[in-house]
Design a protein around this ligand. Structure first.
Ligand code: HAM
Length: 431
C-alpha cells in the first residue's frame, strides 16, 4: 500500500525549500533590525495553555486543535499558534523580572484541524513577533511596521493594512450589550457558528465570512464610538505614529480577529490576490493575556504571518525574484575515465573548502552522460579531468552560461572559479 502524507500537510521539496531559506533570511533580518530576538519553543504544550490563552470560545480551541493524551495520561496539544507558548515561556523563565520590554520573534510549524483548501493547511508555518512589557502606542505602530517591511522586502506592493481598536474590559461590555440589541432581530438568519457566537462572543459575528451574516451586520454600531478615553487616546496615538512611519492603513470597524485575547489595537494585512484566504497575517494587543496565564499584569502586542501565504503572494506579485530556479551546486567535476575519480574527489574538497558548492558523478556514467547530468544540475561551471589534462597539469573549465571553455593551470583553478562565482558585494546588491 502506498502511504501518502496526511491531508492538509505538504512536503517542501528542494526546488522550493531554497526559496523558503531566502524568505527566512528576510524574516530574521527584519525582526533583528527592530531589536527582536529569536525564541525557539516546543511544538507541543499542555492543552490547558491554549484553552486559557487562546480562549475556549474560539474556533481554534473548539474545533481545530490536535489534542491527544500522551503515555503519561497528560493532555497535550500541537501548538495552533505561537502567542500563548511565548507567554508561557515569558512567565516560566521569569523574563518579567528583567528590564522591559521583551521583544521576541519565532518561526516554525503550527497545527490546526482546518478544512484544507488553497492557502489553508493543517500543518502550516508562521513567523511571529511578540513585545511584552509596554503599553506605549508607539510599539503598536512598530509591530505593524515590521509586518509592512517584511511584505515590502518580499516585493509585495499590493496589500492593505486593516486597523481597528477592539477596546478593553472597561469599554467592551457596553458595546457588547448594544451589539446584542442590534443583532437580536437577525439571530434566525445567522450561520450555525454565529448562532453560538451570538451568546458567547457576539463580536466575532462581525468578521464572519458567511454572506447571510455579513448582510445582517451591515449597519452595526461601531466599537470606535464606544471606546473609553484611555482606549480612544491609545488608538489616536497608534494612528499618529503610523502616519509618522509613512504606513497607510484602512480603518475597519468589523475587524475583531478570531482569538479571544485581543484588547485595543487589532490589525490584519490583506492581499487582493489571495482570494478567500486574503489575510497573510494578523495580530494585536493582548494586555490581559499574561495575567490570565498566571504571570504578573503585563501588556503585550504582536502579530503572526502565514509563510505559505506570504510566499504565494510574493510569487504572484514579484515572480522574477521568487521563481524556482534552483541549482544545488556551482561546480560539477567530470572525469574522462573512472580512474580519475580520486583526482576529482581531491579537487572537490578543495573547491568546497574555498566556500563553493561542488559535486561529481557517482554512477560511473560515460563522459557524455556526465556532461548531460552536469547540465541538469544547473551548475554554472564544469571541470573536466582527463589523461592529457592530468599529464600536462591543467583542467578544462567549461562555463555553461557563456558556452565557452578554457584550459586553466591546475594551481590556478580555485582562483579562477572564485573569480567567476564570487561576486563583489556591490554587484550582488545591484542584481
Ligand atoms: P492568526 O490570525 O490565527 O493569528 O494567524 C496568523 C496567520 O497565520 C494568518 O493570517 C494566516 O496567514 C496564517 N494561518 C492561520 N491558519 C492557517 C492555516 N490553517 N493554513 C495556513 N495559514 C494559516 C495568530 O495565530 C496570532 N497568534 C497572531 C498574534 C501574534 N497575535 C498577537 N501576536
Amino acid at each position: 500500500m502506498e502511504i501518502s502524507g496526511p491531508r492538509g500537510t505538504r512536503d517542501i521539496l528542494p526546488e522550493e525549500s531554497y526559496l523558503w531559506q531566502k524568505m527566512e533570511n528576510i524574516l530574521h533580518q527584519a525582526a533583528q533590525q527592530y531589536g527582536f530576538s529569536e525564541v525557539r519553543l516546543p511544538v507541543f504544550e499542555h492543552t490547558e495553555l491554549f484553552e486559557r490563552g487562546v480562549g475556549d470560545t474560539t474556533d481554534i480551541v473548539q474545533k481545530e486543535m490536535y489534542t491527544f493524551t500522551d503515555r503519561g495520561e497528560r493532555s497535550i496539544t500541537l501548538r495552533p499558534e505561537g502567542t500563548a507558548p511565548s507567554v508561557r515561556s515569558f512567565i516560566e523563565h521569569k523574563i518579567f523580572t528583567k528590564a522591559q520590554p521583551t521583544k521576541w520573534y519565532y518561526m516554525g510549524p503550527m497545527f490546526r484541524y482546518d478544512r484544507p483548501q488553497a492557502g489553508r493547511f493543517r500543518q502550516f508555518h508562521q513567523f511571529g513577533i511578540e513585545a511584552f512589557g509596554t503599553s506605549d502606542p508607539d510599539i503598536d505602530a512598530e509591530v505593524m511596521a515590521v509586518m509592512v517591511r517584511i511584505v515590502k522586502t518580499m516585493g509585495i506592493s499590493q496589500f492593505q493594512l486593516h486597523l481597528n481598536s477592539v477596546g478593553c474590559p472597561d469599554c467592551r461590555p457596553l458595546y457588547r450589550e448594544r451589539l446584542i440589541q442590534y443583532l437580536t432581530p437577525f439571530e434566525r438568519d445567522f450561520c450555525g457558528d454565529c448562532k453560538q457566537r451570538f451568546h458567547k462572543n457576539p463580536l466575532r459575528i462581525l468578521d464572519c465570512k458567511n454572506p447571510g451574516c455579513q448582510e445582517a451586520v451591515k449597519g452595526h454600531p461601531a466599537l470606535s464610538d464606544y471606546l473609553c478615553d484611555r482606549c480612544g487616546q491609545h488608538f489616536e496615538q497608534v494612528k499618529n505614529t503610523l502616519a509618522l512611519y509613512g504606513i497607510d492603513y484602512v480603518l475597519n470597524p468589523q475587524l475583531v480577529r478570531g482569538l479571544d485575547y485581543y484588547t485595543k489595537t487589532a490589525f490584519e494585512l490583506l492581499l487582493p490576490d489571495l482570494g478567500a484566504q486574503a489575510a497573510v497575517g494578523g495580530g494585536g494587543r493582548y494586555d490581559g493575556l499574561i495575567e490570565e496565564c498566571g504571570g504578573p499584569p503585563t501588556p503585550g502586542i504582536g502579530f503572526a504571518i502565514g509563510l505559505e501565504r506570504l510566499l504565494t503572494a510574493a510569487q504572484k506579485q514579484n515572480p522574477e525574484a521568487w521563481q524556482a530556479s534552483y541549482s544545488p551546486v556551482d561546480v560539477f567535476v567530470v572525469t574522462a575515465e573512472n580512474e580519475f575519480a580520486p583526482d576529482a574527489c581531491s579537487l572537490l574538497e578543495e573547491i568546497r573548502g574555498s566556500g563553493m558548492k561542488a559535486d561529481k558523478d557517482y554512477l560511473s556514467r560515460s563522459l557524455k552522460a556526465q556532461m548531460k547530468f552536469a547540465g541538469k544540475t544547473g551548475a554554472r561551471l564544469v571541470i573536466v579531468i582527463g589523461e592529457e589534462e592530468k599529464k600536462k597539469g591543467y583542467f578544462v573549465l567549461r562555463d555553461m552560461k557563456l558556452h565557452e571553455q578554457r584550459q586553466i593551470p591546475a594551481d590556478q583553478i580555485i582562483d579562477e572559479i572564485k573569480s567567476i562565482l564570487v561576486k563583489p558585494e556591490e554587484e550582488q546588491y545591484a542584481e
